[in-house]
Design a protein around this ligand. Sequence first.
Ligand code: 6SG
Length: 260
Amino acid sequence: MQPQHTFRASGNDSSKNVRLIKGASRTHFCSLHFRSSSRTQLSNRTLSCYYTMAPYTLTYFAVKGRCGALKIMLADKEQQLKENLVTFDEWMKGDLKASCVFGQLPKFEDGDLVLYQSNTMLRHLGRKHGAYGKNDCEASLIDMMNDGVEDLRLKYIKLIYQEYETGKEAFIKDLSNQLKPFEAALAKNKSGFLVGDQISFADYNLFDLLLNFKVLCSTSLDSFSALKSYVDKIAARPKIKALLECDDFKKLPINGNGKQ
Ligand code: 6SG
């Protein structure tokens, strides 16, 4: 069974079941799809053809969840992304779940390559788009930082889905301890990135998680000067800024149970 396609139709081509966002920049496309301003503007005639060319497809629920970092990276790297949004009802039918390697979403397609596991997707895109360090040693350090982000994300997910009411206060109290290694890495590395002197997939992943923490507790970064300026600087990167300001991205819930 095919995943449900829920591109909403609006703009000037309702027959294509896609949305053309008219945002601050004319390069916005279908909420999360960015294209270089140097390329020709879209027209109705080119729209379907343009979608055929979109290199990447993401199948996931209508939440930021485990795909916020991936969308932020693709926006920053000016890559297009076609999204198949899966509803609860569609997922509960079971066919899609049965087709997933680990029985879970997200699913990511790059041509014939089909990937599961969100961190695998980040690594794949990091490799392809120059966000995996300049050499093997940097790549290993990026892996290490990303594994640290994953450990912290798992704690956050446990809070959100299992113990929000009883565990939120303790989680926020412990957050300072959890953030210290990242603050230290940034303070040591001076470049403004976790590893080396260029942005990596671990940076997009940490940035996405820090945005969640700011929603959880607006003061969570207050005692971390390096992390605070890190978030501000990444949020100000033009394509990321545009994504974060885009209505369709903003209105996506962070998590699947309404807690944040
Ligand atoms: C949940 O855990 O959204 N995938 C999730 N849940 C459905 O049947 N290690 C991998 C990775 O990094 C973890 C995958 C992740 O890629 S993401 C999944 O597939 C399952 O297990 C968080 C999220 N949860 C919302 C959710 C999914 C099912 C029930 C609640 C929203 C409501 C209904 C469908 C969508 Fe829903």
